[in-house]
Design a protein around this ligand. Structure first.
Ligand code: SME
Length: 165
């Protein structure tokens, strides 16, 4: 598969997301395994954007329904468990709403897995029945690295890969 050059200018962000989405869907065609799907999404998105410092999933824990356990990711060591309602990931899980945080140090209860993280976006991941199965978390070392364009693109990608499309 041919990979196009990295494009990090904001004006090209939507186009880059569209390209990565098409690549991810092509790679995952016919692959039902959830871990394989999550690992592929984390790897390909982390590779597509230079400023993605930590890129990956926190999965609803099978042993505790109100807790997230770290899933497939790219980046430095992530916390293993996050309770629903705690930090940015736990808030996204509890509210089922995407969280965009321009300054994580100002976010009440933010969990600092790596002090270099400065901003982040966390998107709820729903299955085809509309059940929450995970959240997808991207951290950057620059403040305010994510905006509504990232939200639209990532919510669409998660729906196509894990949900109703
Ligand atoms: N920042 C997250 C914790 C997870 S990591 O950054 C890998 C949070 O507050 O939910």
């Amino acid at each position: 598969m041919a990979y196009v050059a990295r494009i990090d200018r904001p004006a090209d962000k939507a186009a880059r997301y569209a390209e990565v989405e098409a690549e991810v869907l092509a790679v995952l065609d016919g692959e039902p395994n959830l871990t394989a799907r999550m690992a592929t999404v984390a790897s390909m998105l982390a590779d597509a954007f230079d400023h993605f410092f930590w890129t990956g999933f926190y999965v609803v824990a099978p042993d505790k329904a109100d807790e997230l356990a770290v899933g497939p990711y790219q980046g430095t060591l992530g916390c293993l468990r996050i309770a629903f309602g705690r930090g940015v990931c736990g808030t996204a899980a509890a509210t089922r709403r995407t969280q965009i945080v321009e300054d994580v140090h100002a976010f009440p209860g933010h969990i600092a897995c790596d002090s270099r993280s400065a901003s982040e976006i966390v998107v709820p991941v729903l299955d085809s029945e509309g059940r929450l199965i995970a959240v997808f978390d991207v951290d950057a070392t620059e403040p305010a690295a994510f905006d509504a364009d990232d939200q639209v693109a990532l919510e669409r990608l998660m729906a196509k890969v894990f949900g109703r499309g």
